[in-house]
Design a protein around this ligand. Sequence first.
Ligand SMILES: [Fe+2]
Ligand SMILES: [Fe+2]
Length: 311
Amino acid sequence: MELEAEFERVLAADQRVEPRDWMPDGYRRTLVRQIAQHAHSEIIGMQPEGNWISRAPSLRRKAILLAKVQDEAGHGLYLYAAAETLGADRADLTERLITGRQKYSSIFNYPTLTFADVGVIGWLVDGAAICNQVPLCRTSYGPYARAMIRVCKEESFHQRQGYELLATMMAGTDAQRSMVQDAVDRWWWPSLMMFGPPDAESANTERSVAWRIKRNTNDELRQKFVDMTVPQAAKLGVTLPDPELRWNAERGHHDFGTPDWDEFRRVVGGDGPCNAQRVAHRRTAHEEGEWVRAAATAHAAKRAAREAGAA
Ligand SMILES: [Fe+2]
Ligand SMILES: [Fe+2]
């Protein structure tokens, strides 16, 4: 009772819950699930763009893309480490990912067809990730909040490199401009789905907001993303593929159409264009890395034995 009161006091005072503090089981479970899904998304998210590293059109673009994809690996690692502070086991989380028992963001189940997709992913997908993650810098669980601060700094670089690539292509040839427009047409709606289902259908939102894990609802964040992106699209000279998109002066926000939630449910449920490929690729990488893990474990054991001998 006393511990629970202390937990509630920490939340009410907008302070952080730390690994050794008492916390309700549901809070711990919710966080492990959310942080694991977030970590998996960073790791799986390396694949669609990694696909283009060997075919980047210049050394400069290749260096930028390599740095970006490596950042995503780093984000995955911070997040797995944050999940471990809650008692989760990283090997177990990986196992859940490669056996399809734990999810990752549905956005990474779409294919990257041209190099313009690299720009559009940076601009829209990393842009949506920023909208989602900036409020998480103030989430109630300390290690998660602190990881997010660094992640968000790197995400801003990701978004800018994408926008800069698109601006360059839009100043190029007609073929480049139509490549960009085609990529925008394909990625716009899946980007809006990144915020999750509408609030009315989101089972976990209310509880997560009460625990101050989430600071905003899905619909609030989606609106923020649309309002932020519309002027950027105008500046780039691309059309967002939504005939219902218009400024609503009364609300002080843009109105916009409804994403195809059936498609969202299908892709989340495993039936997107690339789900099987993404998970299979991750499973192969994990299996091929087995010898590295075995070698690192053997090395650590040897070193510990040597140090024990010296002492
Ligand atoms: Fe990331
Ligand atoms: Fe990113």
